[in-house]
Design a binder for this molecule. Structure first.
Ligand code: PLP
Length: 358
């Protein structure tokens, strides 16, 4: 039969494989596969979602005005510089659609977050890998890949699954040298977890450089991955094309109201980030004791090396512990383990002790 065909570039996309994949024989008891906040959202968010029954028949605010104002107030920025999306990945796709097309190049860090490549190929642009050395990105390696045809550079900041990030001074250097025709997208989905002084999320770079934008997520520290909410911070001239192509109601009233409630409870974020960072340190030490090498870490997951990663993945999954295999990122010998509750991580360590494949 003759079916209508999509563009060739669409067929070159490998569909995103998420943490919901559960092979036969696996039990989804402890899920450490999607870098979620195991403590969930603020109780205020849960109350808002439970109570949201009156306005289900009406369209949400397409411009998400109240949420944008709340974000603006929280971060001391201008609401006119903010756009809201169905998760921050929505913003990554919208940026690619608005700013790149056939014949253009989009720079992506090697082993970068999978959506960057999907967004690039969906608009017919060419993904250009920026190589890492020892899993680290460098300003020089990025600039070497820039051409006249480069339209976007997706900077994972910090990265997932490779947690490395460019330090403040390195980004300063990068932005001072990056040609102004390249839009630098600072993907700061994990920013709330970053307590290190060398990390800077990029708010003032957006103010200083018209070709710099930042994306943020409510899916990680805010514990709202299921509500699909993210935002983009950019100068109004950069937001203009986004406003023209954005699906008019790309977020629901429930998630907008939940976002406002979440921003009103910063104590909850501090609490969750504190627990995460404590659990991360304890877990990393336990993994060290088991002689399991880890890549440098820092947000809410670790990358653990195993000679027989696939067997370890199955051994854990069959015992109710779901982690994330990294074949899709050409890192077949690694498993990504999200920082769950301490008791979950301790159970994982106990099971690893009995695993014949590590
Ligand atoms: C680096 C990075 N950016 C963006 C996202 C997208 O998050 P969301 O669309 O849930 O906001 C993720 C999700 O895992 C991520 O790891």
């Amino acid at each position: 039969m003759n079916f209508p065909k999509a563009a060739d570039s669409i067929y070159s996309i490998s569909p995103y494989v998420g943490g919901d994949v559960t092979p036969a024989g696996f039990v989804r008891r402890v899920v450490l596969a999607s870098n979620e906040n195991p403590y969930g959202p603020s109780p205020l968010v849960k109350d808002v979602v439970k109570g949201y029954t009156e306005r289900l028949h009406s369209y949400p605010s397409g411009a998400a005005t109240a949420l944008r104002e709340k974000i603006a107030q929280t971060y001391g920025i201008d609401a006119a510089w903010i756009a809201i999306g169905n998760g921050s990945e929505d913003m990554l796709h919208l940026l690619a659609r608005a700013y790149a097309g056939r014949g253009d190049e989009i720079l992506i860090p090697q082993h970068g977050f999978g959506v960057y490549k999907i967004a690039t190929l969906s608009v017919g642009a060419t993904p250009v890998d920026v190589p890492r050395v020892d899993f680290k990105l460098s300003v020089q390696a990025i600039l070497e890949k820039v051409t006249e045809r480069s339209k976007i550079f997706f900077l994972d900041h910090p990265g997932n699954p490779v947690a490395h990030y460019l330090m403040r001074a390195e980004i300063e250097e990068l932005l001072s040298k990056m040609p102004s025709h390249v839009l630098v997208v600072i993907d700061a989905a994990y920013a709330e977890y970053m307590e290190n002084e060398t990390y800077h999320c990029g708010l003032d770079w957006v103010r200083r450089y018209p070709n710099v934008v930042m994306t943020r997520s409510f899916s990680k520290a805010y514990g709202m991955a299921n509500l699909r909410l993210g935002w983009l911070y950019a100068q109004p001239e950069i937001l203009d094309p986004i406003a023209r192509i954005r699906p008019p109601f790309n977020t629901t009233g429930i998630s907008q109201a939940a976002g406002i409630a979440a921003l009103g409870d910063q104590a909850w974020i501090d609490h969750c980030v504190g627990l995460n960072n404590k659990n991360l340190k304890i877990f990393a030490k336990q993994m060290q004791t088991l002689n399991i090498p880890l890549l440098p870490f820092g947000s809410n997951f670790v990358m653990a090396y195993f000679d027989e990663a696939q067997q370890v993945y199955h051994y854990l999954g069959e015992r109710g512990l779901l982690v994330r295999p990294m074949g899709a990122y050409n890192l077949e010998k690694y498993l990504r383990i999200s920082i769950g509750k301490l008791e979950e991580l301790e159970e994982l360590v106990e099971v690893l002790k009995t695993c014949p494949h590590r």
